[in-house]
Design a protein around this ligand. Sequence first.
Ligand SMILES: [Zn+2]
Length: 92
Amino acid sequence: MSLATVYRNIVLIKSLGEVLELGFPEWSNRYDGNNPANHPHVICIKCKKIVDPDLDILDEMKKEVVLETDFKILNHRLDFFGICSDCMAEKV
Ligand SMILES: [Zn+2]
């Protein structure tokens, strides 16, 4: 691998990390501080309300990811975007 390729890859990985980390910067302060990445969020794209659903399937998903990829999973994030029932009712 040439040095140029190495540098390109580093830049790629770095920007990828930034994308993953920053996701949507203006909302990041809405995430609960303790453990922002370890449970799924459901985010209303209109009022930006964030709900944390209890998903039993998440553990199963993690096991399946490990089986599929042989990764040791350290962290994950799972966000759903949609429109909450309040905003749906408003029909602005
Ligand atoms: Zn809403």
